[in-house]
Design a protein around this ligand. Sequence first.
Ligand code: HEM
Length: 150
Amino acid sequence: MDAKRLYMVSLASITLMALTIVIGGLVKAHGAGLACGTDWPHCNGVLIPDLTDRGVLLEYMHRVVGGLAYLTIAYIALTLLRHGERGLASLALAALAAITVQVLLGMAVVRSLLDQYLVAAHLSMAMASLVGATALTVLLRVRATGACRG
Ligand code: HEM
Protein backbone atom coordinates (compact mmCIF):
# COMPACT_ATOMS: atom_id res chain seq x y z
CA MET A 1 0.00 0.00 0.00
CA ASP A 2 1.35 3.42 -0.99
CA ALA A 3 1.19 5.41 2.30
CA LYS A 4 1.68 8.75 0.55
CA ARG A 5 -1.12 8.08 -1.91
CA LEU A 6 -3.52 7.15 0.89
CA TYR A 7 -2.59 10.37 2.67
CA MET A 8 -3.35 12.34 -0.53
CA VAL A 9 -6.75 10.62 -0.78
CA SER A 10 -7.46 11.59 2.84
CA LEU A 11 -6.54 15.20 2.03
CA ALA A 12 -9.04 15.03 -0.85
CA SER A 13 -11.66 13.63 1.55
CA ILE A 14 -11.44 16.56 4.00
CA THR A 15 -11.38 19.06 1.13
CA LEU A 16 -14.54 17.50 -0.36
CA MET A 17 -16.19 17.38 3.06
CA ALA A 18 -15.40 21.03 3.81
CA LEU A 19 -16.77 21.96 0.37
CA THR A 20 -19.94 19.94 1.07
CA ILE A 21 -20.41 21.83 4.36
CA VAL A 22 -19.98 25.22 2.64
CA ILE A 23 -22.44 24.26 -0.12
CA GLY A 24 -24.85 22.92 2.57
CA GLY A 25 -24.76 26.36 4.21
CA LEU A 26 -25.48 27.97 0.82
CA VAL A 27 -28.39 25.57 0.27
CA LYS A 28 -29.88 26.70 3.57
CA ALA A 29 -29.14 30.41 2.99
CA HIS A 30 -30.87 30.28 -0.42
CA GLY A 31 -33.86 28.30 0.89
CA ALA A 32 -32.99 25.59 -1.63
CA GLY A 33 -33.38 22.59 0.69
CA LEU A 34 -36.32 21.25 -1.31
CA ALA A 35 -35.04 22.26 -4.76
CA CYS A 36 -34.77 18.54 -5.63
CA GLY A 37 -38.22 17.90 -4.14
CA THR A 38 -38.42 15.14 -1.53
CA ASP A 39 -36.60 12.71 -3.86
CA TRP A 40 -33.47 10.90 -2.78
CA PRO A 41 -31.20 9.65 -4.32
CA HIS A 42 -32.99 11.10 -7.34
CA CYS A 43 -33.48 14.84 -7.79
CA ASN A 44 -36.90 15.84 -9.13
CA GLY A 45 -37.42 12.29 -10.36
CA VAL A 46 -34.16 11.94 -12.33
CA LEU A 47 -30.53 11.13 -11.56
CA ILE A 48 -29.18 14.20 -13.39
CA PRO A 49 -31.62 17.12 -13.17
CA ASP A 50 -31.85 20.33 -15.18
CA LEU A 51 -29.16 22.43 -13.52
CA THR A 52 -30.16 25.84 -14.89
CA ASP A 53 -32.09 26.64 -11.69
CA ARG A 54 -29.71 27.97 -9.01
CA GLY A 55 -31.48 26.15 -6.16
CA VAL A 56 -31.36 22.80 -7.97
CA LEU A 57 -27.70 23.38 -8.83
CA LEU A 58 -26.80 24.08 -5.17
CA GLU A 59 -28.76 21.15 -3.71
CA TYR A 60 -27.52 18.76 -6.42
CA MET A 61 -23.87 19.85 -6.00
CA HIS A 62 -24.28 19.41 -2.23
CA ARG A 63 -25.33 15.80 -2.81
CA VAL A 64 -22.71 15.04 -5.49
CA VAL A 65 -19.74 16.52 -3.59
CA GLY A 66 -20.98 14.84 -0.37
CA GLY A 67 -21.20 11.54 -2.28
CA LEU A 68 -17.60 11.94 -3.50
CA ALA A 69 -16.45 12.64 0.08
CA TYR A 70 -18.23 9.44 1.12
CA LEU A 71 -16.46 7.40 -1.58
CA THR A 72 -13.00 8.68 -0.60
CA ILE A 73 -13.56 7.71 3.07
CA ALA A 74 -14.89 4.30 2.03
CA TYR A 75 -11.80 3.78 -0.18
CA ILE A 76 -9.44 4.62 2.70
CA ALA A 77 -11.29 2.33 5.15
CA LEU A 78 -11.33 -0.60 2.69
CA THR A 79 -7.65 -0.14 1.77
CA LEU A 80 -6.57 -0.09 5.43
CA LEU A 81 -8.72 -3.13 6.20
CA ARG A 82 -7.36 -5.04 3.22
CA HIS A 83 -3.80 -4.43 4.43
CA GLY A 84 -4.56 -5.47 8.01
CA GLU A 85 -3.89 -2.02 9.49
CA ARG A 86 -6.36 -2.56 12.31
CA GLY A 87 -5.66 0.55 14.39
CA LEU A 88 -6.02 3.06 11.56
CA ALA A 89 -8.78 1.00 9.95
CA SER A 90 -10.87 1.35 13.15
CA LEU A 91 -10.63 5.12 12.93
CA ALA A 92 -11.42 5.05 9.21
CA LEU A 93 -14.45 2.84 9.90
CA ALA A 94 -15.64 5.28 12.58
CA ALA A 95 -15.30 8.15 10.07
CA LEU A 96 -17.16 6.03 7.49
CA ALA A 97 -19.95 5.31 10.00
CA ALA A 98 -20.26 9.04 10.74
CA ILE A 99 -20.54 10.04 7.07
CA THR A 100 -22.95 7.14 6.39
CA VAL A 101 -25.25 8.46 9.13
CA GLN A 102 -24.73 11.94 7.67
CA VAL A 103 -25.88 10.91 4.19
CA LEU A 104 -28.89 9.06 5.69
CA LEU A 105 -29.75 12.16 7.74
CA GLY A 106 -29.55 14.19 4.50
CA MET A 107 -32.10 11.82 3.00
CA ALA A 108 -34.31 12.13 6.10
CA VAL A 109 -34.02 15.94 5.98
CA VAL A 110 -35.48 16.15 2.46
CA ARG A 111 -38.08 13.42 2.98
CA SER A 112 -39.30 15.15 6.17
CA LEU A 113 -39.68 18.48 4.36
CA LEU A 114 -36.73 19.93 6.31
CA ASP A 115 -37.74 18.95 9.84
CA GLN A 116 -35.77 21.38 12.06
CA TYR A 117 -34.50 18.69 14.44
CA LEU A 118 -33.22 16.57 11.57
CA VAL A 119 -31.54 19.63 10.02
CA ALA A 120 -29.84 20.32 13.38
CA ALA A 121 -28.75 16.66 13.61
CA HIS A 122 -27.46 16.88 10.00
CA LEU A 123 -25.36 19.94 10.89
CA SER A 124 -23.99 18.31 14.07
CA MET A 125 -23.11 15.09 12.26
CA ALA A 126 -21.30 17.13 9.59
CA MET A 127 -18.96 18.39 12.31
CA ALA A 128 -18.43 14.86 13.68
CA SER A 129 -17.67 13.57 10.15
CA LEU A 130 -15.16 16.36 9.55
CA VAL A 131 -13.41 15.78 12.90
CA GLY A 132 -13.13 12.04 12.18
CA ALA A 133 -11.76 12.58 8.67
CA THR A 134 -9.31 15.23 9.91
CA ALA A 135 -7.96 12.95 12.68
CA LEU A 136 -7.54 10.21 10.09
CA THR A 137 -5.68 12.57 7.75
CA VAL A 138 -3.28 13.66 10.51
CA LEU A 139 -2.47 10.03 11.38
CA LEU A 140 -2.05 9.06 7.73
CA ARG A 141 0.34 11.97 7.30
CA VAL A 142 2.39 10.85 10.32
CA ARG A 143 2.47 7.36 8.82
CA ALA A 144 3.43 8.61 5.34
CA THR A 145 6.22 10.92 6.50
CA GLY A 146 7.31 8.91 9.53
CA ALA A 147 7.17 12.04 11.73
CA CYS A 148 4.95 14.88 12.95
CA ARG A 149 7.24 17.69 11.83
CA GLY A 150 6.50 20.43 9.33
C1 HEM B 1 -25.72 13.12 0.13
C2 HEM B 1 -26.79 13.30 0.86
C3 HEM B 1 -27.17 14.64 1.46
C4 HEM B 1 -28.39 15.25 1.35
C5 HEM B 1 -29.62 14.72 0.62
C6 HEM B 1 -28.30 16.49 2.08
C7 HEM B 1 -29.33 17.41 2.20
C8 HEM B 1 -29.24 18.66 2.76
C9 HEM B 1 -30.28 19.67 2.74
C10 HEM B 1 -31.63 19.53 2.07
C11 HEM B 1 -29.81 20.75 3.41
C12 HEM B 1 -30.55 22.07 3.60
C13 HEM B 1 -31.40 22.06 4.86
C14 HEM B 1 -32.28 23.29 4.94
O1 HEM B 1 -32.48 24.00 3.94
O2 HEM B 1 -32.81 23.57 6.05
C15 HEM B 1 -28.47 20.42 3.86
C16 HEM B 1 -27.68 21.27 4.58
C17 HEM B 1 -26.42 20.94 5.07
N1 HEM B 1 -25.73 19.77 4.83
FE1 HEM B 1 -26.39 18.18 3.77
N2 HEM B 1 -27.04 16.61 2.63
C18 HEM B 1 -26.32 15.52 2.27
C19 HEM B 1 -25.01 15.25 2.61
C20 HEM B 1 -24.22 16.03 3.43
C21 HEM B 1 -22.88 15.72 3.84
C22 HEM B 1 -22.10 14.46 3.42
C23 HEM B 1 -22.47 16.76 4.64
C24 HEM B 1 -21.16 16.97 5.36
C25 HEM B 1 -20.14 16.16 5.40
C26 HEM B 1 -23.54 17.71 4.74
C27 HEM B 1 -23.52 18.88 5.46
C28 HEM B 1 -24.51 19.84 5.48
C29 HEM B 1 -24.43 21.11 6.19
C30 HEM B 1 -23.28 21.60 7.06
C31 HEM B 1 -25.64 21.81 5.93
C32 HEM B 1 -26.04 23.18 6.46
C33 HEM B 1 -26.97 22.96 7.66
C34 HEM B 1 -27.36 24.25 8.35
O3 HEM B 1 -26.84 25.31 8.02
O4 HEM B 1 -28.19 24.17 9.29
N3 HEM B 1 -24.60 17.22 3.98
N4 HEM B 1 -28.15 19.14 3.48
